[in-house]
Write a protein that binds this ligand. Sequence first.
Ligand SMILES: NC(=O)c1ccc[n+]([C@@H]2O[C@H](COP(=O)([O-])OP(=O)(O)OC[C@H]3O[C@@H](n4cnc5c(N)ncnc54)[C@H](OP(=O)(O)O)[C@@H]3O)[C@@H](O)[C@H]2O)c1
Length: 305
Amino acid sequence: MKILVYGAGVLGSQLAHVLVRGGNDVTVMARGKRAEELERDGVVIRHVFQFRTTVDPVRVTRELKAEDVYDLIFVVMKYNDFPSVLPILANNRSTNIVIVGNNADARSMQTYLEDNSPVDKRVAFGFHVSGGKRHKDRMMSIGGGKGLMVIGALDGKILPLLDQAFAKAKYKLDVMKDIDAWLKSHLIPILMLNAVSFNEERELKKLEGSREQLLHMIGALDEGIAVLEAMGIDMIPRAQAKLIRKHKRLLYLLLKIYSMLPVHKLVAGSYGEIEAMDRAFTDWKSVTKVPTPHWDALRRDFTIL
Ligand SMILES: NC(=O)c1ccc[n+]([C@@H]2O[C@H](COP(=O)([O-])OP(=O)(O)OC[C@H]3O[C@@H](n4cnc5c(N)ncnc54)[C@H](OP(=O)(O)O)[C@@H]3O)[C@@H](O)[C@H]2O)c1
């Protein structure tokens, strides 16, 4: 299958690797130095926990022209980067598009693509469950197993081509009935963890892990669920909401352990994306008028958001 991976960063590179190994004809859309690296070396990934490095040659393009038609386009970038590529995607004559990554407003992105394209657009939204960061000219992956994408379409019908694209890839698609609810739910812990993980210089810092901080973190998660509920959204996965609301001691313990581990240093953070997601969450809070004293305390005492 002819596939474009639009965005050749950490997770786009991982996805390109999976799709190439799955027997697809993969082109990667990249720019600047990254495009040069990919042309010279292919997609080079260091799989940190598997102690191996993979190299996959790919076709590289620096531009998506209107007439460049692909069976499937995966757009893999930060939430705040999507607006800059939506006009290019709308203008392009390919039909099937999967927008992969954190996303606070899937509906408006889909509407934009549908309203501004000369062809019918079929859009799905996904989240590639993995992590990693850039290291010089290669990507570090901390993904485990064969790989997984949480995925769905807003109208409930997933693109039929997706199964075909991953048929030989040993990669799992976890299809959600309500991907928008999943993506919005996902935003709550991400924002909370980022709120306590960066200093004023926007550098990663060690979590304090004090009792006061951990209790505010748990309280903020609970308030996040309340905001979603006020918008008519039940947090997905349900087990996460149950952990936050009914098993606070266990959650406390898990966050305490997390605060002591260096694992979050292996995950690339992006302040621009966090700011954009925080703006969306701030809108939800003001529309729903749900009181959020724990978020306010995190903001005041521990965070720069
Ligand atoms: N990395 C992780 O550990 C991790 C873990 C969980 C979830 N996620 C989420 O997954 C999503 C993708 O993250 P990521 O880490 O893969 O991001 P990333 O490394 O920043 O990759 C995004 C890529 O998109 C490219 N791009 C952005 N705007 C573009 C444009 N207008 N035209 C062409 N290319 C453009 C960037 O190019 P340049 O390199 O030229 O800027 C970059 O290569 C995000 O929502 C992120 O939060 C990431």
